[in-house]
Design a protein around this ligand. Structure first.
Ligand code: ADP
Ligand code: MG
Length: 540
């Protein structure tokens, strides 16, 4: 019979290795990100040790060097950081998924609550080297006094070799002997490209081919009070050299209940829908992770530019996990709130400036209103309605304005709008002559925005200015004395109907003394709207 037993599950490394090699990262180029981050960590740890008096030697110029030897088919990542003793190699390298970075933070957690810029976390990154290398060599010497240099070699099997080595200086070399199927990486341009992508803002200088490839103090790591407008603009140019100057920006900075910093820029986009051209970049402790920020940033803010840096976004996991992650959800909500705050602040501080920017930011605001109920709750106070006469009004202001000259029998206000100033000019002119205001809603998103307004606002109906005759659109008491006889009116109507021969159009003959349009041709609102909306979603 079975005895009650408790135990530890064991892993067969020889079976796990190929899985790590194949599935840890879908992108093989990530190996360089991981090894350079480890090297940066090694320098940052030493800096921290020095700051709490655990290291009293010379720090020197802390840096990481990446070098390529095309002939020997090696890539070497060197640093003059903390190094490892043979025992530390056994602990941190030979034990997969035991993170030296977490171990370090745990050990010194009383000395500092600042996790600083230490990147490592999972204790898996190092093994990504085997995605591209058939053999990995470590030559390292610890910062500790009288430390002996050590050499570790492994060919990707579960066997390793550890020996004494010659290395006069403190620090670590990771030497990758690149496998045949990964020789694409033995190329200067390729390495430079990968470093530009992932290492661009790492906190320790990274040298390749005689040049430092990174900016170690990107502005999002600084406090807003240290920064000028020019700093923000300069950084924007650094990120997107080809773009026009941004309209304004938001400096994100939160450390509870999650950690996040970043800068979001509002680009000038006008009416264009080039949503995805420049993307928001996601970083974790200054390491580039991805520009696929879909779940982290609310949909309607995907058009923004800039960077988000959060160590609390899980990185080594799948997309579906990212969607379900509670931190990611909180971050999403936080960003929405901050953006609403900023817009509200701009609106209150400088109404005129806000109006001037509205052609650019209107698209974000309207998209936000369409996609996020919480955002609507905030935005309904500052979203602007632009009239054909060039004036702007908030929803409340516009309600008041239209109430003043609509003596409706029903208590529903009719807001007239035009989707095409040129094409509908005669209708707009006619409405204006009668003292009605006409909204200009000609943006790509407006067909949806109009529907949203109607469903969110009580007792307001939006009508395209040419949807019917004005007297039918706005039910107002005015005299109905036409200058044409009833007989003439009927004849005229029949003539138009016959000529146009289109059942969806309505012909109305009125010809009031003040009218320049004795005959009005209209098409029902709902038919127009269907067409406008399918135009936006690309159906014809
Ligand atoms: P993580 O970085 O998540 O801790 P890794 O698998 O990337 O895990 O690395 C494992 C450990 O090996 C590190 O935490 C560190 O202790 C040690 N290590 C790796 N590279 C270096 C290096 N260049 N210098 C010093 N220690 C290193
Ligand atoms: Mg690591």
């Amino acid at each position: 019979s079975i005895q009650h037993e408790k135990g530890t599950i064991s892993i067969h490394t020889e079976n796990i290795f190929p899985i790590i090699k194949k599935f840890l990262y879908s992108d093989h180029e990530i190996f360089l990100r991981e090894l350079v981050s480890n090297a940066v960590d090694a320098t940052q740890k030493l800096k921290q040790l020095a700051s709490f008096g655990e290291f009293n030697g010379e720090l020197g110029d802390l840096k990481v060097t990446v070098s390529l030897d095309e002939e020997a088919k090696t890539i070497t990542i060197s640093d003059n950081g903390i190094g490892m003793t043979a025992d530390e190699i056994k602990k941190y390298i030979n034990q997969i998924a035991f993170s030296g970075a977490s171990d370090f933070l745990e050990k010194y957690k009383d000395k500092t609550d600042d996790k600083g810029q230490i990147i490592g976390h999972f204790g898996l990154g190092f093994y990504s080297a085997f995605m591209v290398a058939k053999e990995v060599e470590i030559v390292t010497k610890s910062y500790r006094e009288n430390a002996e240099a050590a050499r570790w070699v492994c060919d990707g099997s579960t066997e390793y070799e550890l020996t004494a080595a010659e290395r006069p200086e403190r620090g670590t070399d990771i030497i990758l002997h690149i496998a045949e199927d990964s020789e694409e990486f033995l190329n200067k341009g390729r390495i430079r490209g990968i470093l530009d992508k992932y290492a661009r803002f790492l906190p320790t200088p990274v040298e390749f081919d005689g040049e430092v490839v990174n900016n170690t103090t990107p502005i999002w790591t600084k406090s807003p009070s240290e920064l000028t407008d020019e700093d923000y603009k300069t950084f924007y140019r650094e990120l997107y050299p080809m773009s026009e100057e941004p309209l304004f920006w938001i400096h994100l900075n939160v450390d509870y209940p999650f950690n996040l910093t970043g800068i979001l820029y509002f680009p000038r986009i006008k009416n264009e829908l080039r949503f995805q051209r420049e993307k928001i970049q996601l970083y974790s402790r200054q390491v580039f992770i991805t520009d696929e920020v879909k779940d982290v940033v609310p949909d309607f803010l995907m058009m923004l530019h800039g960077v988000i840096d959060s160590p609390d976004i899980p990185l080594n996991v799948s997309r579906s996990f990212l969607q379900a992650d509670t931190n990611v959800k909180k971050i999403n909500g936080y960003i929405t709130r901050k953006v609403a705050d900023k817009l509200n602040e701009l609106f209150n501080a400088d109404r005129k400036g806000f109006e001037e920017k509205f052609d650019d930011i209107g698209l974000f605001i309207k998209y936000g209103i369409l996609s996020d109920e919480k955002f609507w709750e905030r935005a309904k106070n500052f979203v602007l309605l632009k009239s054909t006469d060039g004036t702007y009004a908030t929803i409340d202001e516009y309600r008041e304005k239209t109430q003043a000259n609509q003596t409706n029998k029903s208590d529903t206000l009719v807001w007239l709008y035009t989707t095409d100033r040129k094409q509908q000019d005669a209708y707009v002119a006619s409405a204006t002559r009668r003292g009605y205001d006409v909204l200009l809603l000609d943006n790509v998103i407006d067909a949806h925005f109009i529907n949203a307004l109607e469903s969110k606002l009580e007792k307001v109906q939006l009508q395209r200015v040419d949807a019917d005759t004005l007297d039918k659109l706005i039910d107002k008491d005015i005299s109905n004395d036409s200058v044409l006889s009833t007989d003439d009116q009927t004849k005229l109507k029949e003539l138009y109907e016959k000529t146009l021969d289109n059942k969806t159009l309505t012909i109305t003959v009125a010809a009031m003394p003040a009218d320049e349009m004795p005959v009005t041709i209209t098409q029902p609102e709902f038919m127009r709207r269907m067409k406008d909306m399918s135009a936006l979603s690309g159906e014809q």
